[in-house]
Design a binder for this molecule. Sequence first.
Ligand code: ARG
Length: 565
Amino acid sequence: MHLKDYLNLAIADALRQLNYDHSNTLVSISNRPDLSDYQSNVAMPLAKLAKKSPIKIADEIKEFLSKDPAFAKITVDGPGFINVTFSDSKLLEVNTSSKQFKKKVVLDYGGPNIAKEMHVGHLRSAIIGESLKRILRFSGNEVIGDVHFGDWGTPIGMLITQLKSENPNSFENNLENFDMTISEISALYKRANANFKSDDEFKESARVATFELQNGNALYRKLWKILRDKSVEAVKENYDKLGVSFDLWLGESDTNELLPKIVDNLLERKIAMHSNGAVIVPMDSQDSKQEKAPLILRKSDGAYTYAITDLATIVQRVENYNPDAILYVVDARQKEHFQQVFTVARRAGYVRDSTSLEHIAFGTVNGKDGKPFKTREGNVMNLKDLIKFSENKAREGLPEINEESEDQARKIAIGALKFQDLKNLRTSNYIFDTENFTKSEGKTGAYIQYAIARINSVLSKSSDQNFENAELKISHKIEREILLQLNRFSEFLEQACAAREPSIIGEYVYVLAQKFSIMYAELPINGENDRVVRVSRLKLCKITREILTRCLDLLGIEAPEKMLR
Ligand code: ARG
């Protein structure tokens, strides 16, 4: 049990014995770390109910807590705040083990699209999703990661139409030799998109093509398969570089068989209705004055929408996995889409009530100008180039190019990209820093990697045997601070799980690295003469390294063995 829960229980126990309401203990990490480790503000609301002075109630609680040797100091401050400092011996137990939750979770992240090269906008879903997968798994959950490939909408019809118009004579016969790189396909898509926007006839053809594809046109299917395979290959290459992986490579297209059945089912049950040739589900409006847009399942041209593929995917996931939760790591701009899809899924009973459907929304990556991040030339930077750019930046400080420094540059670059993202609350937008993000000073991935490399170096230089079995001691304030932070690992991990928020681990690990850096700068380790103190410090270094490394792993970041600079 972590410290916060320990204190929670102790206070709840005291309240019970004192005959107060013990449902909420109002414990939080102290906002005066110089005075205490934790605080509880429970006396104030209780005082109101009991018509007593909060200080009096706080004193009563203090009296109870004082009997427990786990607490070294308890004070009542201000209007009735209870400030609690744990005993050193409690901290020296170094409890980092976490609760195991054992839920089954389907995690939908990545979400790349056919024919589109991945760019910086695709980064966040992959980075946040990969980290959530690791965090949830480490906390004992079964997590099934699905890339949910965007491979079944109008864009395919657009591509087909564009290809046809560029190769009017040879389109059907030449499919066998169809050989385009992903960049060429991506350029083709851009031309198609321009035509789709400006040319009504093109638009109509693209619609028809989409409809025909979805309804079994064999030639289009063949072409679609080629485009899909190429895209998957390119996307996988990027994900491999980023250290992002998936258990399932399913996509929107895998729902195709189900789509007409869902439409029929929802029509039959009067959940959906026909409207101007389309099939829609009307949405209730909370505010009667404002009409809410309906959810469109099938358009009047017969083509199925993004929304119905998501509904069908829910049906499949429930059938295949019966999960406790389905999490969608998707851009915040799709909020309404998910609200509507979830509403319809519940109305139709496609999920059991206890299964939670959650949109894990995130903000955009912006440039210095506050607008979505672009290259200097004003283009969206594709992911491959962004990774290269980061590797070059990471290489800048390194002495020479060899195998080791290359490995280091790669790990620093990926760590930099990921940490820059994961240190922010996922819902906030962040400004992509192209200057300092790979440096080992500041709030960066490399700062934490550097702390690990230092520990590696300290431990490898030690001539003390078996310091793992040594007794830990606290002989300096900073050692206590490190121990306190180590003891808080599972507390933060639980929070990160509950809030689906990797940045909680990002913040935690940064603070731990900072505290280690202070110890490293201020205290001798191998140079300490007192053997007992020295081996205790070595042991503390080793435990710190374990947790630093664990946290980076939870963020999807590897640490190089050494950091040359
Ligand atoms: N491919 C989609 C897009 O680029 C994201 C998919 C997200 N997942 C989902 N189940 N809708 O917008």
